[in-house]
Design a protein around this ligand. Structure first.
Ligand SMILES: NC(=O)c1ccc[n+]([C@@H]2O[C@H](COP(=O)([O-])OP(=O)(O)OC[C@H]3O[C@@H](n4cnc5c(N)ncnc54)[C@H](OP(=O)(O)O)[C@@H]3O)[C@@H](O)[C@H]2O)c1
Length: 313
């Protein structure tokens, strides 16, 4: 049995080694040997080149190397086989670390104090308590729920927004268009952990940013975006930062990645940029999970963490 490992944008060596370590008896190939490679049963992919999965007559399932699958669904020639995404403690914890880190840094005025340090200014700023700063999380999936719980434990009042109704202990759960209006109008810090789908594409635009609160205990609202860059208009975020609708932003994802060198976001004094690194997929932690799923599927068990191509996540 052969597994196809097809990625673009990074060197697949660590993934190949981790897959081989977890599954020493299988063949891992980096591209189909011929247009129709009958030995390939499973594909493990990240932004596979369009068409690479189209002519594999025995392909049984496609595995994403990460939680998101927009990079797979963008290929219009996908065969009709199940798509499985990563749900893993390792990934979830990394994302929650990022969210808690950024929310606490904004709460504790990290940006201001770093600027003050550069200018050697000794000036204590007003410090609201976590209990007085509301956090709204767009996306209450695997990642959003864990981040919400960790922020709740730290004392923040937390709301979350999802497509379908939810009930979570200690979290105000909202959904639908009215829920979006409410969470935008009531969050002091807004965290975005949504997938990129036809419904969410481009949603963080001027209109969205105008629906945010006008005043917060920290000044004006703060945006923490670690979903997908396709959700946002970079220029709208810049406008909102410059006209005061947003006070600060932590951005891990961008309309174009890598963020172009001439983007004003790089040098904006109130923007914290990370290179799509909020929750990296660690091959050593995640390859065994994929291999276990493949083994279970071969024994006739059902695949879990399946993607619904209808909703796109
Ligand atoms: N920056 C990074 O390093 C990084 C790393 C990993 C993942 N991510 C991103 O994080 C995303 C979320 O991951 P996850 O594992 O939490 O996904 P998930 O478990 O599929 O959860 C997605 C959440 O978004 C909600 N949602 C989807 N479409 C919506 C819509 N139109 N309106 C309102 N809510 C909507 C879902 O609502 P329901 O609950 O009602 O279905 C669900 O709560 C991934 O898709 C990926 O893009 C980024």
């Amino acid at each position: 049995m052969t597994i196809l490992l097809s990625v673009t944008g990074f060197d697949p060596t660590r993934w190949r080694e981790a897959l081989l370590k977890a599954s020493p008896n299988e063949q891992i190939v980096l591209r189909p040997a011929s247009a129709a490679d009958e030995a390939i049963r499973y594909a493990v992919v990240w932004k596979q080149p369009p068409g690479v999965l189209a002519n594999l007559p025995n392909l049984q399932a496609i595995f994403s190397l990460g939680a998101g699958v927009d990079h797979i669904l963008a290929d219009r020639t996908l065969p009709d086989v199940p798509i499985v995404r990563i749900v893993a403690d390792d990934l979830t914890k990394r994302m929650s670390e990022y969210v808690v880190w950024r929310v606490l840094d904004h709460l504790r005025r990290g940006m201001t104090y770093r600027a003050q340090q550069t200018a050697r200014i000794w000036n204590e700023r007003l410090q609201p308590a976590a209990a007085d700063v509301s956090v709204g999380i767009l996306g209450l999936g695997e990642l959003g729920r864990d981040a919400a719980e960790k922020l709740r434990v730290m004392g923040f009042p937390v709301s979350g927004w999802s497509r379908t109704p939810k009930a979570l202990d200690g979290i105000r759960c909202l959904h639908g268009e009215d829920g979006l209006t409410e969470i935008l109008a009531s969050s002091d810090i807004l965290v975005v952990l949504l997938p990129l789908t036809a419904e969410t594409a481009g949603m963080i635009d001027d209109g969205f940013l105008t629906r945010l609160k006008r005043e917060t205990p920290l000044g004006t609202p703060i945006l923490v975006q670690a979903g997908r860059g396709g959700l946002q208009k970079d220029s709208a975020i810049l406008r909102a930062l410059n006209d005061g609708r947003l006070m600060e932003a932590s951005l891990d994802v961008f309309e174009r990645e890598p963020l172009p060198a001439d983007s004003p976001l790089w040098r904006h004094p109130r923007v914290f940029v990370t290179p799509h690194a909020a929750a990296s997929s660690d091959p050593a932690a995640l390859a065994p999970i994929i291999v276990r799923q493949i083994a279970a599927h071969r024994r006739g068990e059902v695949l879990t963490n399946l993607v619904d191509p209808g909703t796109g996540y």
